[in-house]
Design a binder for this molecule. Structure first.
Ligand code: NDP
Ligand code: PYC
Length: 341
């Protein structure tokens, strides 16, 4: 997770950054409701040091909105399909407002039935996935989400790209601690981090990507210009990526990562796919409270020598940002202000 370079670093209050981003989204055609959700998401990523999906993404959002590829004013249509099943047609808009529209119903169903799924389709997701799951764990629920993206990953054993970078995010409550959260691409590196490495002229580690000939490369630009990424962990990451395609697209009614064509929309960057969220109420389980069991697990992991839990780096960055403001380079801040013009 590399930090973007670009001159002196300023620290600005979270609310100021959020308001600036909201203004940019509104200026480029989003409704106030959509702009609010996306700005909060993107500012949170910047605050937590999730740089591949923080303000670095703003020019991509803007060019996508300008291209007409995504509907920034879409109103999600929520369908209550069964005791544990909610579906949302995002109307060609973003996935996060679709989640916001269905959230209350989803939680009510998970609390009553013990488990509920939210299937979002006709949606665009261009962000980190942890903001979608972490709030469920903060209210005592377990959440798992998957989203597929755009073809740029060669399945293990294959010869050409097919899968997206297809992340999986998980959040669970933990007594006496912030929620346990992990959020990871199933590719060896997120596409956003490849772009950041290319911009900084940094070489990639071996095993991350191939060039346009299908040969292994450590050149990020070669991966972006006709090359492709590999799944993490060979056949294992590849199987998880396949599962994400099935759940996020096959099940929801969304597009597989290769099923949309944005060629007629120059500047379009947001994958038009689907997202699945599974929410579990651990309060219905037998035995000791789940959050206590989570804490036992964390303590045992620490006793085994672990000094860093997944999610912990973000929480640390968040703490600093809450005290001192969100870190952003002067150059990036000026770039954001220019997007308001
Ligand atoms: P990372 O490899 O940076 O991190 C993956 C997870 O592992 C995080 O939860 C991280 O915690 C944790 N972690 C990292 N290092 C350690 C360590 N040494 N010990 C313990 N835990 C560790 O993430 P990716 O690069 O795979 O993904 C980056 C982002 O890209 C994600 O937010 C993902 O959702 C997003 N993405 C979005 C896509 C989309 O279509 N919308 C597509 C692909 C990716 P921590 O957060 O605390 O560092
Ligand atoms: O970083 O792989 C990525 C990504 C794809 C879509 C949004 N982010």
């Amino acid at each position: 997770m590399s930090a973007p370079s670009g001159g002196a670093v300023a620290r600005i209050p979270f609310t100021e950054l959020q308001a600036l981003l909201q203004g940019i989204f509104e200026r480029h055609g989003c409704s106030q409701a959509v702009a609010q959700v996306l700005a909060s998401n993107c500012a949170s990523a910047q605050r937590d040091g999730a740089h591949s999906h923080g303000i670095f993404r703003m020019p991509g959002y803007v060019s996508t909105l300008a291209s007409g590829w995504v509907n920034g004013r879409a109103t999600p249509q929520v369908s209550d399909l069964a005791a544990g099943y909610v579906s949302v047609d995002a109307g060609g808009g973003f996935a996060q407002p679709a989640l916001a529209a269905a959230r209350e119903l989803l939680v009510k169903k998970a609390q009553a039935a013990g488990i509920a799924v939210l299937a979002i389709h006709n949606s665009h997701h261009f962000a980190a996935l942890w903001p979608d799951v972490e709030p469920f764990a903060e209210q005592g629920l377990i959440a798992l989400s998957v989203v597929n993206s755009m073809t740029c990953v060669v399945p293990h054993g294959g010869r050409k790209p097919l899968f997206g970078t297809n992340p999986i995010a998980f959040a669970a409550p933990c007594a006496g601690h912030p929620p346990i959260v992990f959020d990871m691409a199933t590719s060896a590196m997120a596409h956003g981090d490849i772009q950041l490495a290319a911009a900084a002229g940094q070489p990639l580690a071996a095993g991350i990507g191939v060039d346009s000939q299908g040969d292994p490369t450590t050149d990020a630009k070669a991966v972006l210009n006709g090359g492709a990424l590999l799944p993490f962990g060979e056949h294992k990451g590849s199987a998880l990526s396949m599962m994400v395609e099935l759940l996020a697209a096959g099940l929801t009614g969304g597009h597989f990562s290769w099923e949309f064509d944005w060629a007629q929309h120059p500047g379009a960057k947001t994958p038009w796919t689907g997202q699945l969220i599974i929410v579990i109420n651990p309060g219905l389980g037998a035995g000791r409270p789940f959050a206590e069991r989570s804490r036992v697990l964390v303590e045992q992991m620490q006793a085994a020598g672990l000094t860093r839990m997944p999610g912990e780096r973000r929480y640390r960055e968040r703490e600093v940002a809450e005290r001192e403001g969100v870190a952003i380079t002067e150059q990036a801040l000026q770039g954001l202000k220019a997007l308001l013009g």
